[in-house]
Design a protein around this ligand. Structure first.
Ligand code: TRH
Length: 380
């Protein structure tokens, strides 16, 4: 077994918060749970500030949450690489750093952390090697995923216990709602969180909620669905403000620290999420979720949606599965959410039970940090 206690993680912020969101969560977990040295190289520190406001945007080097954060500019000043070097989402480790890796003894274990996908081919590609074209180095592809043959999902050791404690703690729930400027839900109300990309389906969903038989309070993080809200309500409320139509009340809430986003997901009856990291967090919440995939050219995201739904709906009855699929499809551009919402709402009780089981089944598998540690210490 190889002794590992230090990690370099390279992160290029392509857009939004998912790249840095995943890397920051991984870095924090490695530092907190293993007590390891973790150096996170990130090209756009301001994206990190958004999800972790203690981070100072202008600094080249700083330490936060036990992680050494370095601004990634090139050429990189000479550094001794740590035991493991992770390039996130094929962001390409700088050449000078790769040369330093090849010269180090022992050589670092080199990992490319891939995007999450539920597609079946992932099982066969997890941990495949790829030799460097010139240097005596081998990079290994590490795939997060939903089966034991993949690298699993990021899940902190105490996550499920914290979630369950929150669900028992009325004061914590009240505090959560106060922190976003809302009253706790009243009986019969549906509480929804809504994090999405620009989405032409949003007005249809808003109109189904506004004209439905159940009060809906929808919490939307600031900056999300601004045009869609303005189009439907006539104006998009400022942060902390609300707007109503029919049975629907929409509240624009402040963007939360990454750790404070979880309780919102735990407290809602239904969570709309997007990208990768919020999508995973909503699964751990054990509540129904609707995923908005990052739209890719040539509809490359569609097989990812299909593969996830195949797994996610497997425990539901035929009609409930059809309702969930129809809502996911409509939210991702094929179908009308106004036409499918009533059926989806009717399945919510079964869907909630199933979402809890889904979370429990995933939680019975190895988490990503454990799988990664096992791979770099024992297998590679
Ligand atoms: O922001 P995202 O859409 O990120 C991405 C990018 O689209 C990227 O190109 C894509 O490749 C990648 O996803 C898969 O969605 P995601 O992944 O959910 O990241 C959002 C992060 O923001 C996540 O870590 C949760 C966090 N967050 C907060 O910290 N506070 C909040 O209030 C909210 C709503 C989210």
């Amino acid at each position: 077994m190889r002794h590992i206690d230090s990690w370099d993680i390279f992160c290029r912020v392509v857009d939004n918060y998912g790249d840095i969101g995943v890397c920051w969560r991984l870095a924090r977990q490695l530092a907190a749970e293993r007590g390891d040295t973790v150096r996170l190289w990130v090209d756009d520190v301001t994206a990190l500030v958004r999800i972790w406001p203690e981070v100072v945007p202008g600094l080249d080097e700083q330490r936060c949450a036990g992680v050494d954060i370095r601004r990634w500019t090139e050429p990189l000043s000479p550094q001794r690489p740590h035991d493991v070097v992770i390039e996130a989402f094929a962001c390409k480790t700088p050449d000078s750093f790769a040369v330093a890796m090849a010269a180090r003894s022992p050589k670092p274990v080199w990992i490319n952390l891939e995007y999450l996908s539920a597609e079946a081919w992932v099982d066969g590609c997890h941990l495949l090697p790829s030799p460097h074209p010139r240097l005596p180095l081998t990079k290994y592809f590490f795939f997060p995923g939903f089966t034991p043959r993949t690298g699993g999902l990021l899940r902190e050791r105490d996550l499920v216990a914290r979630r369950d404690a929150f669900r028992q703690d009325r004061a914590a729930q009240y505090a959560l709602w106060r922190s976003v400027g809302l009253q706790p839900p009243v009986a019969g109300e549906l509480r929804v969180s809504l994090f999405a990309y620009a989405n032409l389906a949003a007005p249809g969903l808003f109109s189904a909620w506004a004209g439905g038989d159940r009060p809906v309070t929808c919490a939307v993080p600031e900056g999300v669905l601004v045009n869609e809200s303005a189009g439907f309500f006539g104006s998009c409320p400022a942060v902390g403000a609300r707007v109503s139509r029919g049975k629907l009340q929409l509240a624009v809430i402040p963007f939360r620290r990454q750790v404070d986003y979880d309780p919102l997901l735990w407290a809602c009856d239904l969570n709309f999420v997007r990208g990768e990291d919020s999508f995973v967090r909503a699964q751990w919440a054990g509540r129904p979720l609707v995923w908005h995939l990052y739209p890719q050219q040539d509809d490359a995201h569609v097989p990812k949606l299909r593969a996830f739904l195949e797994r996610y709906c497997a425990g539901l009855s035929g009609s409930a599965a059809a309702a969930v699929r129809a809502l996911f499809d409509a939210w991702n551009g094929s179908g009308d959410p106004a036409a499918v919402w009533a059926t989806a709402q009717a399945t919510l009780a079964d869907w909630t039970d199933d979402a809890e089981e889904w979370a429990a089944t995933l939680a019975a598998q190895r988490d990503l940090v454990s799988a990664l540690a096992e791979a770099v210490e024992n297998r590679l």
